[in-house]
Design a protein around this ligand. Sequence first.
Ligand SMILES: Cc1ncc(COP(=O)(O)O)c(C=O)c1O
Length: 440
Amino acid sequence: MSDVRMRNADLDSALAEARESYVARNPKSLARFVEATAVMPGGNTRTVLFYAPFPLGFARGEGALLEDLDGRTYIDFLGEFTAGIYGHSHPVIRRAIEAALDGGINLGGHNLLEARFARAVTTRFGLERARFTNSGTEANLMALATAVAATRRRKVLVFRGGYHGAVFTFAAGGSPINVPHEFLVGRYNDAPAASALIAGHAPDLAAVVVEPMQGGGGCIPAEPDFLAALRAAASNAGAVLIFDEVMTSRLAPHGLAAALGIRPDLTTLGKYIGGGMSFGAFGGRAALLDLFDPRRPDALPHAGTFNNNVLTMAAGLAGLTEVYTAAAAEALSARGEALRARLNALCRRAAAPLQFTGIGSMMTAHFTADPIRSPEDVAGTDPRLKEIFFFDLLAAGIWIARRGMINLSLPIGDSECDRLTAVVEEFLETRRPLLAASAL
Ligand SMILES: Cc1ncc(COP(=O)(O)O)c(C=O)c1O
């Protein structure tokens, strides 16, 4: 057999073994899944949670721990794709929700919390005004609608690998269910190409939408020069620069844009900022946001039954002002930086084709030792290694995203980081032959 065929056979059999052992360990998760398929397509109401042969079902969570339906415990290193920064049922969040319930929910009018929460969010992230939505997807759709209405232009520059929501994704270059804006899709971190696209389409370009680090796309940080080039070119073109900080706002005390010293026209937020409840927000320059001021005769409408729901307002306000303070953001980022450095040092020492990209408390495993600047750089990596990595970590009691994403939450401490490091070290050792062959 040739080296390549031998390597393929080895990878296939290692993966089959890992899957078999997963199936054997998780009969109750399998039963839940089979039952769910009768009423939900693929047993699923959120695509990212599915993986073959069937996803784990969880019975409960506490602090940094999760328990699956078969009674096994995991350290939660996924942190609900960044929304779960407070861990499971943080006491401060719980108290805030209980107090909100005591005051009654669904009031059908303004409550006392919404403006206080808006003040906390705008102050923290340097926004002149903000409006709330129910999800990050909605926040991005509203930001885009604002840009289109303000500029009276139609085109929108986005980047391959970007994820801005369920109907606003360029993970695979685009999606058949994307909203029908006129998208131009650029290459992430290619400043000259993006500047040329913006200049070339200037008269029709409403907005440039970019994540300052692609999150779902693999924790690929934007290079500061790239973002600076977008800022300059968007200003020259009269287009609205929108930073999608739905994930990245956690990475620095005042968001990633502020840390990089770049001011977008609009910023979108989501995930953890609602304290674990449904949340989204778009905000930024008053001149743009005030188009929604209902006192104006020509005001743009912005609706949403749950935009000011008291559970989100209460949990979000308590979380942002009492728990995930600017100082806490700094500390969590430092913990994440240290963890990623340790993991990458292990990979280098093992000469393994594995690295962890990211910033602060967010990172993603990629099975290549080559530099990664855009999603194109990881397109050719072997998906079987990532799948084996996922199943090996699960077997060792570590829960991460099937796609290799890791997000720290506040209850993750030194011992949890030590445990993850030990499990990755063991993976590098036990899977050494597979990794060595794939590095050929
Ligand atoms: C960068 C980014 N923008 C927007 C969204 C969409 O947010 P939501 O899932 O709340 O709609 C996500 C979700 O993962 C995201 O990562």
